[in-house]
Structure formats: structure tokens, C-alpha cells
Design a protein around this ligand. Sequence first.
Ligand SMILES: Nc1ncnc2c1ncn2[C@@H]1O[C@H](COP(=O)(O)OP(=O)(O)OP(=O)(O)O)[C@@H](O)[C@H]1O
Ligand SMILES: [Mg+2]
Length: 336
Amino acid sequence: MTLDIRGLSKFYGTYQALKDIDLSVGENEFVCLLGPSGCGKTTLLRAIAGLESFEGGQMMLGGRDLATIGARDRGFGIVFQSYSLFPHMTVAQNIGYGLKLRRKSPTQISARVAEMLALVRLEDFADRLPWQLSGGQQQRVAIARALAAEPALLLLDEPLSALDARVRAGLRSEIRQMQKRLGIPTIMVTHDQEEALTMADKVVCMSAGRIEQIGSPSEIYTRPATRFVADFVGSSTLLSPARARAFGAAPPADAPAGSQGDDRLFALRPEDVLIRPDASAPGLVRSITFLGNVSRIEVDWQGEIILAETHRLPEFAEGATVSLSLQPGAGAWVRA
Ligand SMILES: Nc1ncnc2c1ncn2[C@@H]1O[C@H](COP(=O)(O)OP(=O)(O)OP(=O)(O)O)[C@@H](O)[C@H]1O
Ligand SMILES: [Mg+2]
């Protein structure tokens, strides 16, 4: 079933939290809502869940208008940001809760609970209480509970944000594989670009209640449409059209004849820049930050700070003069 959202708007009093949202989620698709704190991600997820009213627009699921279906009857699986397990129920009781509400038989419930426990690899934890689990285990139970009733849509609001980096990375690929295996369309909220790029089929980049760009992870990264996306996803140096020409960038392919593309900026990733020590060149190395696999280099180039990158440690030091050039075909023109 596909979800289709058209022209959705949401106000809190006079504050507009969602502005004209158009979004579709296909069957078996994993969509990430990505954006900074306060941009409206949770509001949009809650509106889809039926937990939040909205003023304008329409949401259709498999051709049915969601406005006619109450939150409970939508049959969506939801996992919230903070752990939301029932504290007095065991793992098994938590997972089976929704099935019990649906008046499934005890045999059906225990079979499904066993299946879900195996799915999230917590077979040995069925009788524990939530406080006897680690954070990562608790979120796996929350996901199992959301999936138990075979939801038409899975909604995840930053399910991994409270976990440490290693557990988070492991759960990312677990959730992703589970989603592909079960084929349940999923919308996950995150403010972590790496999470969105590694997990999503489709990234929805949001800012201040608006969608800035929708695209595959590689489209979002290599062809950001707006200044906001170029800045928010990865690091970019943004150059004016005149500066971009001086740096060797070709003008935007779709710029009208005679126009200099004045409403555009040229976004340059650190790995788009070739950097070489050169005593007679105009670049001055301001700082070198060692990140392990690469070093991030800030270069003062004609008064502009340009971010570049080298493999491991560079063969020059801070204060060195360097030449900069553009990797062939690299960089992207974005709306200013
Ligand atoms: N119940 C409410 N009443 C008034 N304003 C609200 C309410 N809920 C959210 N907002 C405002 O709407 C905006 C969007 O909030 P939302 O919770 O959707 O952001 P978010 O993108 O999920 O942020 P975060 O990453 O911090 O969770 C924020 O400016 C917030 O202050
Ligand atoms: Mg939120």
C-alpha cells in the first residue's frame, strides 16, 4: 500500500509547523525524515499516525482517505523517541499487548510473540521486565511490539537517538534488514544525516516546516538542491558564481542564456577539492584536523575559507601554501 500526502499544513496557534507537505511512500519503501531540531519531523509523523490534527491537505493510504480512519483503526506500528515500554509488563507481555487488544487467542499471541522475539534476537529475554534490559534491548522490544500486529505502516521517531554509537550502528542495519524482509513501508525520523544516508531508500530533507528536497541518499549528497541541504547534509563550502568561476567550476547547465546564475551558489564537498603543496600558489593552510581515515583541511583561498580533505595525514603542515583545484565534474549548483 502506498501513502500519499498532498498539501499538508499544520498550525499550532499562529505558528505554522508544517507548510504544504507533499510526500509519497511506496510499498516496501524506507523513508527518512531528516532535519534539525524543531523543523517539524515529529509533528509530521504524528499527523500521519492520526495523533495530531492538521488544517489543510489530504492523506491517502492505498486509496483510502486517512481523515475517515481514527488513529487506533489505522493499524500503524509506532516507536517513539524515548523508551515507551510498559514498565510493569514483561518483554513478552509488551510485545503481545496489541494482539491482546485485538482479542487474539492466547495460542496465537504466544506464537506471534515467539516469532517477534526471534526477529529481534531476544528469545532469552521474554520474562524480563524493561528495567532489566539495556537501552538497545529496550528499543528492540519496542520495535518488536510495533511489528507484532503486522502494521500497514511503521512509524519510527528517532528510535536510536538515546543509544551509544556502537549499538546504534548495529541496530541501524538490523532495522533496515528487518524492514526489507517484512516489506512494511516505513517512515523514520532522524536528525542524524549518517543514519538517514545509510538506512533510507528515500531521504526527505526538512527545514522550518517545509520540505527542502526529496531524493535517494546519493542524490541528496551529490546533488543537493538548496543551500540548506548542502549545509545540513555533510560539509560544504559555498561559493558565489564569480568565485566558483575563478575556482574552475562550469556555470550551471540550466542557467538562462546571459544569466550568471546569481540566485545560485556552488557547493563544494571537501573530497571534491584536490589539494597539493605548492610554494607559489595562493592557498594558505589555516588548520588541519585529523579524523583517522582522512584529515579535514581549512584553506584560506583569496579570502575565502575552503574545506578540503586528504587521505590520513597530509604531507604539509599548518601555514603551508597549497594549490587547490576542482576534481573533474565535482560540485553542485544549489538554490541560494
Ligand atoms: N503542542 C505544541 N504546541 C505548540 N508548538 C508546538 C507543539 N509541538 C511542537 N511545536 C512546535 O512545532 C515545531 C516543530 O516541532 P517538532 O516536535 O515537530 O520538531 P522536530 O523536528 O521533531 O524536532 P526534534 O528533532 O527536536 O524532535 C517546533 O518549533 C515546536 O516548538
Ligand atoms: Mg521530534
